[in-house]
Design a protein around this ligand. Structure first.
Ligand code: SF4
Length: 389
């Protein structure tokens, strides 16, 4: 074992919180097997052999965006080739067909559209609610929420905007738009986007309103190990605050997202390697001791690596997805979908027990496209292995 990891290992086995310097030491260590073993210990202590997946559908409603983040290859400007936006009716149709196919969740994010007004967003949520009443709507990153507050000319009223969206059908917030909580990285890679304080304020406000949310970190570009750990510590602190304030909403899952250079203004960078992916997932588990779940998003980390990641701290590999336009390369219109037997086989083959969950980590009991839930996730203790086998 790397000698610098010995005191960290002792703390992990005693269930004690790691300091920022210890997180940096983990990221700087080449001892991937010890890091994985520690993360696996923390993961099994919380979840046993349970490994979660869901049946979901992603909709990226527009790629027209007012910003031009340097790491992003998704956005387009007005008149550019490939620019698109979905109407409310199109989104409702997609949601209906997803629900008819058995999906429990629709995941909606998009660019910061310069001239759609607030009623497009509330109208879309209401239309989905009418078309597919059971479907949980997880939608709009913190960046989009701030954008919606601006276009509705109430930039200081995040609570009112979130309450209006929730009244129209919003069920929870995804974790996107966090990128890296560091001003240098912000100014060099995504200037114009909200900074960490605003991102956290949106999620805090959502938690106060009783909405659950997720968190992300975009790694493998121009950030340092110290930047990554600072980001995770800010998330950990925000979760501590949500828990001690007694908010019903809180962060459920952290989703570390690897930077994909292709087609972006940072295309000269190589992006993270597979070992960096595994290390980052493991370090998220070890540093975020107050987050219930760590997700490998198979679309980005690949299903093959996600199988291995289940032994590196990960307990969730997301879902069936359908289309995911954000990292689609070269204008391809291929379906990015995995079927349920493939997901379950991947989990079993890795030595874990597949459990279908809904967005709130309740266990799904399914009969074809019909389904119901039993509480077993964030709001209640995780299932035991015996109960889920
Ligand atoms: S990352 Fe989001 S906000 Fe930035 S350019 Fe891409 S779509 Fe727009």
């Amino acid at each position: 074992m790397d000698a610098t990891l010995k005191p960290i290992a002792a703390k992990v086995f005693e269930g004690r919180r790691l300091e920022p310097a210890e997180g940096v030491a983990l990221l700087q260590s080449g001892d991937i097997w010890t890091i994985g073993r520690l993360a696996d210990h923390a993961r099994r202590r919380r979840h046993g052999l349970a490994a979660y997946y869901n049946i979901n559908r992603h909709i990226n409603y527009t790629n027209l965006c007012a910003l031009s983040c340097r790491f992003c290859s998704f956005y387009r400007k007005k008149g550019q080739d490939g620019v698109y936006e979905y109407s409310t009716a199109q989104i409702a149709d997609l949601a209906r067909s997803a629900a008819e196919a058995g999906a429990t969740e629709i995941h909606i994010v998009g660019g910061l559209h310069p001239w759609l007004d607030f009623s497009y967003y509330t109208g879309t949520l209401s239309a989905i609610r009418a078309a597919a009443p059971k479907l949980h709507i997880k939608a709009f990153t913190a960046v989009e929420i701030v954008h919606l507050a601006r276009i509705d000319r109430r930039p200081g009223d995040l609570r009112g905007v979130l309450a209006d969206l929730a009244a129209a059908g919003l069920g929870s917030l995804p974790g996107g738009g966090a990128e890296v909580f560091d001003d240098r990285v912000h100014d060099q890679a995504f200037k114009g986007k909200i900074r960490s304080d605003k991102w956290i304020e949106v999620h805090r406000t959502a938690h106060e309103l009783g909405l659950f949310s997720n968190a992300t970190i975009l790694y493998g570009h121009i950030e340092s190990p110290e930047d990554r750990i600072e980001h995770l510590c800010l998330l950990r602190q925000a979760q501590d605050e949500a828990i001690s304030a007694g908010h019903r909403g809180r962060f459920q899952t952290v989703i570390p997202l690897p930077f994909v250079p292709d087609g972006s203004a940072l295309g000269h960078l190589h992006g993270p390697t597979g070992l960096d992916d595994l290390k980052m997932l493991a370090v998220c588990r070890l540093m975020l001791d107050n987050f219930e779940h760590v997700k490998a998003f198979w679309i980005m980390q690949t299903l093959e690596l996600s199988q291995l990641a289940l032994s590196f701290g990960v307990d969730d590999i997301d879902g069936t997805v359908g289309w995911y336009d954000i990292t689609r390369v070269g204008g391809s219109d291929t379906d990015q979908h995995v079927d349920v037997p493939t997901l379950r086989r991947a989990i079993r083959e890795a030595g874990f027990i597949p459990i279908e969950r809904d967005t709130l980590y309740r266990r799904v009991i399914r009969d074809g496209a019909d389904w119901d839930v039993v509480a077993c996730g964030t709001a209640a203790p995780p299932p035991t292995v015996a109960a889920t086998a």
